[in-house]
Design a protein around this ligand. Structure first.
Ligand code: CTP
Length: 417
């Protein structure tokens, strides 16, 4: 494999010599591209002797060979930067190209792995955290640094991982073959999508509610994937405790009525291209809300159990379908949480639900106590309105919820008007 080993200007640059040794001994061709700062720590002669190849930090060396394009675009099968300093991460995240290494990062069309090393304060600074999130969002692999002794007496996260671990991660990144995203991967650029996620809670009294087992993982994966593909994402989040996916605006809601109101107000603004209803919306809510906690006993000797009367909640998806035909009507994706029952198997029930709901796409998955809810993997069937019932639907999985999310957008993105 042909590997560009970028070395940024941190004390851990000396450890990159071991990384280089491991790579060349494994038979890889390695071109070392240090930054000017890295050369303060380890000189060009060391890199040239260990790699057996000429070394340059500058785009102005060997100009006729156009090195900034040749290395990244034409030569490298993998670009590995170890150590990647806070400054290098910032320059890479923002597309600066002021030396040969950052030019190479911009022109690379192969997988890129960055191995950060810096003091803990720099690694945990919000600027670095945001830069790393941005890089990962675009498909650049960024290792977490190891924790331990740093340059001085201090310890904490920020150490360059061991050379063997870096090489192992580099091989995994190359094998995964996922290059940094290019503009053509951003098939949702300029789109505004609304994703609902989680499960609504319908309060009975100040301490109790009727809820469901939805974790929000699938909805959050859908939102993250849409954001990676360039969309502006409004994530209507019902009782989810997951971290906010990078680039998404989270709009928290509690109940089905709040969710309906929030989705409705986004859609009525008129610029929403698609709504994905991944949330488990309660079909019913208690008819009355007790303003104070319902007591176990209602009076002396009265130990009867109360009867909870329920009323129907609005069907949010059906409400959106009813707006179809207006200029602002978005593409509508429903999720079918099915267990299958005496009246039919999962697919039969899902097809009936698609017909009943009238949305453009229905993603059907099997749910149960240990299936789908809260799990990291699921199998889904993607049914499009207008598809013949004789046609087998697209089936995805068992796959991670991230892969399911990408597969759903693969269908939705080209279908958007
Ligand atoms: N949904 C909704 N509003 C509701 C209930 C469900 O918008 N009050 C949406 C869900 O977000 C999902 C789809 O409708 O995208 C299907 O939800 P599901 O619970 O599977 O179906 P229901 O219509 O509630 O039908 P049933 O419970 O009878 O299977």
């Amino acid at each position: 494999m042909r590997i560009v080993l970028g070395v940024a200007g941190g004390i851990a640059a000396y450890k990159a010599c071991s990384v280089l040794r491991l790579l060349t001994e494994a038979g890889h061709q390695v071109t070392v591209v240090p930054t000017a700062a890295a050369l303060h720590f380890v000189g060009a002669a060391t890199w040239e002797a260990l790699s057996g190849r000429p070394v340059s930090a500058d785009v102005w060396d060997d100009v006729p060979a156009v090195p900034h394009v040749r290395l990244g675009r034409d030569w490298a099968d993998l670009v590995l930067v170890a150590p990647a300093t806070a400054d290098l991460l910032a320059r890479a995240a923002h597309g600066l190209a002021d030396d040969l290494l950052t030019n190479t990062l911009l022109t690379a069309r192969c997988p890129v792995l960055l191995a950060p090393a810096m003091h803990t304060e720099m690694w945990t600074h919000p600027a670095t955290v945001a830069n790393v999130a941005l890089l990962r969002e675009r498909g650049t692999h960024v290792l977490d640094p190891a924790s331990g002794r740093l340059t001085g007496q201090d310890t904490g996260p920020g150490r360059l991982p061991d050379p063997e671990d870096i090489v192992e991660a580099a091989m995994a990144a190359a094998a995964a073959g996922t290059p940094t995203r290019q503009i053509e991967d951003l098939d949702l650029a300029g789109r505004h999508v609304v994703v609902s996620a989680g499960g609504t809670r319908e309060p009975l009294d100040p301490v109790r509610y009727l809820g469901n087992r939805s974790s929000g993982k699938q909805g959050y994966a859908l939102a993250a994937a849409a954001s990676r593909r360039g969309a502006r994402v409004s994530l209507v989040s019902a009782n989810v405790t997951l971290p906010v996916p990078p680039g998404c605006e989270v709009l928290p809601v509690g109940t089905a009525l709040e969710l309906e109101q929030q989705v409705g107000s986004l859609v009525s603004a008129g610029d929403v291209d698609a709504v994905v209803m991944a949330a488990a919306v309660a079909d019913f809510r208690p008819a009355t809300y007790a303003g104070s906690k319902i007591k176990k006993t209602h009076g002396e000797g009265d130990d009867s159990a109360p009867t909870i009367e329920l009323v129907r909640n609005p069907d949010v998806l059906a409400g959106l379908v009813a707006t179809r035909g207006t200029a602002a009507a978005p593409y509508l994706v429903g999720f079918a949480a099915e267990t299958g029952d005496a009246t039919g198997d999962l697919l039969t029930l899902a097809r009936a639900k698609l017909a009943r709901k009238g949305c453009d796409l229905l993603v059907a998955n099997e749910v149960g106590v240990d299936k789908t809810f809260g799990q990291d993997e699921s199998t889904v069937h993607v049914l499009r309105r207008g598809d013949s019932p004789d046609e087998d639907p697209l089936t995805v999985g068992p796959a991670s919820k991230d892969d399911v999310a990408e597969a759903v957008w693969d269908v939705v993105a080209p279908a958007l008007p």
